[in-house]
Design a protein around this ligand. Structure first.
Ligand SMILES: O=P(O)(O)OC[C@@]1(O)O[C@H](CO)[C@@H](O)[C@@H]1O
Length: 399
């Protein structure tokens, strides 16, 4: 049985590795993409230049002394990592801190006229307005006459594969959407997941969202279905309090997605109206907990968040980053049981994720062997495979 304390934490220090490429190539590309998308002034250009040289050849700089979240970041490890190379500290930490610094550089935290302006908004909007979104919404019309379980499965898969539409990922994986996923699902615990949400259920679903746009829309459709069909009585949608990892959803993105749904033709508008009503009467709420953007695994979640997860009927984590944080950003042997790495979690938990980083658990030895034989390491990061994992037997013990 693998020892969960000894699987190595992923760093970005190995040239040629996926994490190294993210730090050395993706982050500079994101800086340039954001710079080109806005008519920023000289101060912002200077700050972006400084961030570019810091993250490629410099060291991690501390936050300004008056930053409102300074104490939070100190509690999350800033004092330990400041002064070290971005490549030598845990990759999860390094990436998360990069996004914090990017917001700083463009004046997101103010004071000033750029306070609160999401540097990723143009990309999120473009995706929401894309013709592909129209096509996906139009496909709902054909679903309406199908039995409940069939609709539930279709919407679960919509939410799962919606995770491929992550904008940051596309910067370095153009074409992944068109590639044939073989086998598409490397693990499928959907029966367990549905058994946790029976049609007569009245419980609470916590959905920890990932990306805005073409991922958030199907997440919302799934929630609408579960509420309307009585599989849950309430849903809490956890989003980020600040823009993060390019396309991560914030409350503003939820508003955009809901407005998009209610304005759509056909069945989509009905889902949108059901959600709008559920927001008004409190059956659907959004949450933006500070820990949602922490550079740490969910095993380190604070007590208030643990209590919320403990009280939920099911907590669903969406996407690659949330998966890394749920199981720990470590190089697990892929056959490490999902139940084992999530044993600390205080309630029933599920993950819906396309594979876009090296972390994976819960595979059978045969699946791992077949994937390695067919693709080498590419299946881990290419975004062409996905998993549905769920576990109900938890002790909630801290690691
Ligand atoms: O969480 P998401 O949106 O599914 O994916 C986030 C991601 O694009 O960012 C990281 C690299 O920057 C990887 O974990 C993953 O590829």
């Amino acid at each position: 049985m693998p020892d969960i304390r000894t699987a190595p934490v992923i760093l970005g220090d190995e040239p040629g590795s996926f994490p190294h490429r993210v730090l050395a190539e993706r982050h500079p590309a994101i800086i340039e993409q954001v710079r080109e998308a806005f008519p920023y002034g000289p101060g912002q250009h200077r700050a972006l230049d400084e961030l570019l040289s810091s993250c490629t050849e410099g060291v991690i700089e501390p936050l300004p002394g008056d930053a409102a979240d300074l104490e939070l970041w100190r509690a999350w490890g800033l004092d330990e990592y400041a002064g070290r190379s971005w490549f030598d500290v845990p990759w999860l930490w390094s990436e998360s801190y990069f996004y914090r610094r990017l917001l700083e550089a463009v004046g997101y935290f103010g004071p000033g006229a750029w306070q609160g302006v999401d540097p990723f908004r143009p990309f999120k909007r473009a995706e929401l307005d894309a013709p592909e979104t129209d096509e996906e919404l139009a496909a709902l019309d054909a679903l309406q006459d199908r039995p409940e379980r069939e609709r539930a499965d279709a919407l679960l898969h919509g939410s799962l594969w919606g995770n491929r539409a992550d904008l940051g990922f596309r910067l370095s994986a153009e074409g992944a959407e068109a590639a044939a996923p073989v086998p598409a699902l490397v693990a499928d615990d959907s029966e367990t997941l549905w058994s946790l949400l029976p049609p007569s259920g009245t419980g609470t679903l916590v959905l920890v969202a990932d990306n805005a746009g073409r991922e958030l829309v199907p997440d919302l459709l799934l929630i609408a279905h579960l509420l309307t069909e009585g599989r849950i009585g309430r849903a809490v949608l956890h989003v980020k309090p600040y823009p993060h990892y390019v396309s991560d959803a914030t409350t503003a993105d939820v508003v955009d997605a809901l407005r998009r749904l209610v304005a759509a033709p056909g069945a989509a508008a009905g889902y949108g109206r059901a959600l709008w009503t559920a927001m008004a009467d409190g059956r659907l709420t959004t949450a933006a907990h500070p820990f949602s953007r922490a550079p740490l695994p969910y095993a380190d979640a604070p007590d208030d968040l643990r209590a919320e997860f403990a009280a939920a009927t099911l907590t669903v984590f969406k996407g690659d980053l949330n998966y890394r944080r749920l199981v720990g950003d470590r190089l697990w042997p892929p056959t490490t049981p999902f139940d084992e790495v999530t044993a600390y979690f205080p309630g029933p938990v599920a993950a819906l994720r396309t594979l876009k980083s090296d972390v994976v658990t819960g595979l059978t030895a045969a699946t791992e062997k077949a994937l390695d034989a067919a693709e080498g390491r590419h299946w881990r990061t290419g975004g062409t495979h996905a998993l549905i994992q769920a576990g109900a037997s938890h002790h909630g013990q801290r690691q």
